[in-house]
Design a protein around this ligand. Sequence first.
Ligand code: UN1
Length: 540
Amino acid sequence: RLSPQAALPLPPALYGPTRPNSRGVDLTVQTERAPLLQAHAECVVPTVAETALSALPEAFARAAQAGRAWRDTPVAERATVLRRAADALEADTARLCALLVKEAFKTWGDAVAEVREAVDFLRYYAGEAQRLMAPIALPVRPDGVHEGSEGQGEAGFGDARQALLGVTGERNTLRLTARGVWVCISPWNFPLAIFTGQVAAALATGNTVLAKPAEQTPAIAHEAVRLLHAAGVPEDALQLFHGPGETVGAALVAWPGVAGVVFTGSTAVAKHIQRALAAKEGPIVPLIAETGGINAMLVDSTALPEQVADAVVQSAFRSAGQRCSALRLLCVHEAIADGVIEMVAGAARELVVGDPSQLSTDLGPVIDREAFESLQRHLQRLERSARDHLPPLPAAPPAMPADLAPVLAHLQAPRLFEVASIAEVRQEIFGPVLQVVRWRGDPEAVIDQINALGYGLTLGLQTRIDGRAEALAARAHVGNVYVNRNIIGAVVGLQPFGGEGLSGTGPKAGGPFYLQRFCAEQTVTVNTAAAGGNVALLAG
Ligand code: UN1
């Protein structure tokens, strides 16, 4: 059971001090309910107008212009601005949570965790930028071989002269620099955390940003941008675009001056962006894409069924299954399959599906009608072809406030279907729908079948056999492996997150290699002999 009491207490802040909010509540230890409910009562989701495409040329010009000063701002100063923004978000947790509940239908537990993640991204990337962007002094070549690189150690023409002068050598420096204007396209399922993470990474490294949040969740992005501007990010360095991906997103990507694109969303859209970038005239533009997954959990016969059931329920049904990391495919050894399936179904039945603004709710509605209808199509197919372990209960007459009725029409209770083989599971179903398959024999063969699905985001392993988890993890083509626990909720800096194959390009968000991809690299090689020699000669 996902109790809200269990979800609300948070671990201490990882990156930097945390302050009590304006009401004196230490948000990192225990988020009190009263401020959340008060903020919810006061929260009105503003309507946000679509950006006119005619605004694009000027926006790009301003972003490029602002980029010169932002890139030249010392990295420590940019980091200070981002840390100030982190403090501001943290202080505003209750209001941001209320907006997440109202606009994105997050449960309170998910909303609090999401604000925490956005704050962590800001602080983590601030520190990472300072670490990475300090120039790196590379080894000096004392032998003065610098003209013509053919032939290891072969002396160039200048070397004899330098040797005569008695001064040889060169100094090498490597540094990372900003690339320019980045387009950041973020999803509705983490409309604050992923939005803030993308933007923070680009800004920390001295780039400027045109950001397009998902159409379903513009208001929370608007709030984040307001706080970032107030913290000192120049307005032209971070500009917001609203509207559909097909028009506004496509126009941003197609713009000739784009230095890079960072995208989180579906595999199909990531490929579309990749094609659009490749078709443009001019430079080769990098794409950082984080997409979906058919994430599996392999459970062997030694696993603890209670632990498995808890991990499965969290991973498959929390956030109504609307996470790219969520569990889609449970592969359970036949010896314990009946017990595990029964426990999972029983625990899933206990989950409270309903109005997300109620503290007792475990699953709110899915994001919109389109998502709900797509789920129904998948469910109809599964009802025909698979064994249903969690059929819907007869519907009780819904007692819902009239203003919530349209939203609560998109409530989806957890479902659990047993399929005959892993190969049958071909599509990611973005909702609280879990498929289960029984296996026997060699677990490595199961991993091979999971690999063959082509995705590679998260994987769960449940086993008590020494060394087995390590061996299976090494065989699996996935970005994040979780052993004997749930497979969602990667923590910034502790569990760098991202996949391979159909699941994305890497690098991993919240990890030590992420910021590099936002940068160009420059090596500067200075012939110290020439300068020193000439000066010596002239002086002589
Ligand atoms: C996504 O759902 O788009 O680990 C990615 C997690 C989250 C997943 C974010 N960081 O559950």
